[in-house]
Ligand binder design. Structure first.
Ligand code: APR
Length: 222
């Protein structure tokens, strides 16, 4: 029985040096990330999309988890299966901090999948359009990342946990992207106590408790 569901977003990894989505405003090779992280972009120019994720995989390999990731891993050691961590992040920083059984609802940089047979495997650091799937041989390998317009992963497990949880916390997420942005509404409607831990409050009225500040300070306090 899951008592606490924690949802994390890019803000928890910001102090490790990974840019968030909506603070960065950053462009990559002159493209907005939203333009590159789509099935259409991949169909149009797979080499460009692979370059984008090769760059993010290389950057993610250079950064370290921070005190916020470590605090959540310590909490999991205390709560065990009573806690479920769901992350929108595709970096491996929660795992690097010792967190186990992390639910990556938007996929993960260190995983690849096959567009033809749906096989999944650990992604090499560099991927390219001519790579062949180890299972079926098709040259349709892709980053195992959930792109805009695609269904997030592990949704049944997440909703089952939210149905029964007595506590919910959203950490470092702007609450702009659904379905993750709707988790607090569901948790609150089931009577869960809801916290927001973030640099600046999102203003969502469902959060009864708010801890503001950089995640490396606010999460250990929370
Ligand atoms: N500590 C805590 N919060 C922070 C910090 C920090 N050091 N730095 C930034 N933040 C906050 C920002 O103020 C913002 O509210 O973290 C939030 C990050 O929000 P986004 O950049 O929108 O990232 P996220 O919520 O994870 O985006 C969700 O959108 O682009 C898609 O699939 C992508 O998973 C991503 C999803």
């Amino acid at each position: 029985m899951v008592d606490l569901v924690v949802l994390t977003g890019a803000g928890i990894s910001a102090e490790s040096g990974l840019a968030t989505f909506r603070d960065a405003g950053g462009l990559w090779e002159g493209h907005r990330p939203e333009e590159v992280a789509t099935p259409e972009a991949f169909a149009r120019d797979a080499a460009l999309v692979h370059r984008f994720y090769n760059a993010r995989r290389a950057q993610a390999a250079e950064v370290k988890p921070n005190a916020a990731h470590a605090a959540l891993a310590a909490l999991q050691r205390e709560l065990g299966p009573r806690m479920l961590l769901v992350t929108q992040n595709v970096d491996g920083l929660h795992e690097a901090a010792g967190h186990e059984d992390v639910v990556h609802m938007h996929g993960a940089l260190n995983r690849a999948s096959c567009g033809a047979c749906d096989a999944r495997w650990e992604a090499p650091l560099v991927m390219a359009p001519e790579d062949e799937c180890a299972s079926c041989g098709a040259q349709e390998t892709r980053p195992d990342i959930v792109w805009f317009g695609e269904m997030p992963q592990h949704m049944e497990r997440i909703y089952a946990a939210l149905e029964g949880a007595s506590h919910f916390a959203a950490i470092g997420t702007s609450g702009q992207v659904y379905p993750a942005a709707g988790f607090v509404d569901l948790a609150a409607s089931k009577g869960a106590a809801c916290w927001e831990v973030i640099l600046a409050p999102s203003g969502n009225p469902w959060f009864e408790e708010i801890v503001t500040g950089p995640a490396t300070e606010a999460v250990p306090i929370w």
